[in-house]
Design a protein around this ligand. Structure first.
Ligand SMILES: Nc1nc2c(c(=O)[nH]1)N[C@H]1C(S)=C(S)[C@@H](COP(=O)(O)O)O[C@H]1N2
Ligand SMILES: [Mo]
Length: 313
C-alpha cells in the first residue's frame, strides 16, 4: 500500500488499509470487541460509509466473502509464465515492470506511447470488490485497485470511427518464458466494444488487496471486466488500439467455437465441453450457481439489448 501510494500519489482517503479487508468480516461479527487500533479507527469507519458513492456501493459485492489473498495470488491463469495454476507465481518472481509504457494507436486523436504513471496520475485510485468468474468454472472475489478504463480512454480522444478497443500483452519470450512455447498465438490479445470499454464497471487495475499488482496477477497494469469470463481481463498490457473492425482475440483465435468475442458470463450458454451453470468459489466446498453476467445484470444487460446472447456468446 505504501509503495503504490508513492508511485501514483493516491490521495490518502482513496485507499483502505489492507488489514481492513482481511478483517472486515470479523469486524462485522465482533465490532467493538477487537482491540486492533486500525479496525476501530474512526477515520477508517467514516471512509467506508462516506467515501463510497452510490454507484460504487451498488457494484461492490458486499454479500460475498473476499477470497483469501494467498489463494488469489497463487492460483492463477497467466500462460506467459506457464500453463499450471501455480506456475505464474513461481515463474514471474523476477519479472521487472519498471518504466512500463502503453502504446496507444488507431482511431484516436492522441496516439502516443505513455508512461504508466502519467496515465494514472490525474485520477483517484478506486477500490472495487468484484467477482471473477473463470471460463473453467471456478471463481474468486477480489478487491482491485484501479481507475475506470473509460476515464483514461477519454484522454486519447477516440474518433467517431472507433467502434472497438483492442488490448495487447507484452511480447518478450525472455522475460515471459511461457511465450517460448506456442500454447497461444502471442502476444495475448483481447478486445471490447467501445460501449463495454467505457462502461463504469470496467476497470484498468494496478493493484489488489491494497497493494501494487503482483506479477502473477498481471503487473503492472491489467484489465478487469467483471461480467465477462476471466480471460477477457488481459494482463500486463502494453498496447491499446482503437479500431473500426472487431479485433482478433487470442482465445477466439485458438478455438472460436469455445470462446466467443463477447464471452459474457452466462449460465444458460454452456461451454461445448462443460456446463457453465455452476462454479467452484475458491475457498468453498460446495459449488454455487453462476449468475447471469456474473451478478452484474442490472448494470450491464442494457449493453446487449439488441443481441442474441446465444449466437453472440
Ligand atoms: N496476458 C494474459 N492475460 C490473462 C491470462 C493469460 O494467460 N495471459 N489469463 C486470463 C484468465 S483465463 C483468467 S481467469 C484471468 C486470471 O486472473 P488472476 O490470475 O488474476 O485470477 O486472467 C486472464 N488474463
Ligand atoms: Mo480463465
Amino acid at each position: 500500500m505504501i509503495k503504490i501510494k508513492k508511485r501514483w500519489e493516491i490521495p490518502e482517503a482513496e485507499v483502505t488499509p489492507e488489514a481492513l479487508y482481511r478483517r472486515r468480516r470479523e469486524f462485522i461479527k465482533t465490532a467493538g470487541t477487537i482491540g486492533g487500533a486500525l479496525l476501530l479507527n474512526p477515520w477508517a469507519a467514516a471512509r467506508a460509509s462516506l467515501e463510497i458513492g452510490d454507484y460504487r456501493k451498488k457494484v461492490i459485492s458486499i454479500d460475498d466473502e473476499i477470497t483469501d489473498e494467498d489463494d488469489a495470488t497463487s492460483y492463477n491463469n497467466f500462460y506467459e509464465f506457464g500453463t499450471g495454476k501455480e506456475d505464474p507465481k513461481r515463474n514471474s518472481k523476477r519479472f521487472r515492470t519498471d518504466d512500463w509504457t502503453i502504446t496507444v494507436g488507431g482511431e484516436c486523436e492522441k496516439p502516443a506511447t505513455y508512461g504508466l504513471e502519467d496515465l494514472f496520475r490525474p485520477f483517484p485510485i478506486e477500490e472495487r470488490i468484484y467477482r471473477l468468474r473463470c471460463v473453467e468454472a471456478w471463481s474468486m472475489v477480489i478487491p482491485w485497485l484501479g481507475v475506470p478504463l473509460g476515464s483514461i480512454l477519454k484522454g486519447f480522444q477516440p474518433t467517431s470511427k472507433a467502434k472497438y478497443v483492442a488490448f495487447k500483452t507484452l511480447h518478450d519470450p525472455v522475460r515471459m518464458p511461457g511465450q517460448q512455447r506456442s500454447v497461444l498465438n502471442w502476444p495475448y490479445r483481447e478486445g471490447l466494444t467501445i460501449a463495454e470499454a467505457i462502461h463504469p464497471l470496467t476497470l484498468l487495475s494496478v493493484g489488489m488487496y491494497g497493494k501494487t499488482m503482483p506479477n502473477q496477477n498481471g503487473a503492472p497494469v491489467r484489465l478487469v471486466v467483471p461480467w465477462k469470463y476471466g480471460f477477457k481481463s488481459i494482463k500486463s498490457i502494453v498496447g491499446i488500439e482503437f479500431t473500426e473492425a472487431r479485433p482478433p482475440t487470442s482465445w477466439n483465435l485458438a478455438s472460436s467455437s469455445e470462446y466467443g468475442f463477447y464471452s459474457n458470463v452466462n449460465p444458460e450458454v454452456d461451454h461445448p465441453r462443460w456446463s457453465q451453470k455452476r462454479e467452484r468459489r475458491i475457498g468453498e466446498i460446495f459449488k454455487r450457481d453462476t449468475l447471469m453476467f456474473n451478478g452484474y445484470e442490472a448494470e450491464v444487460a442494457g449493453l446487449y439489448d439488441d443481441l442474441d446472447l446465444v449466437v453472440n456468446f
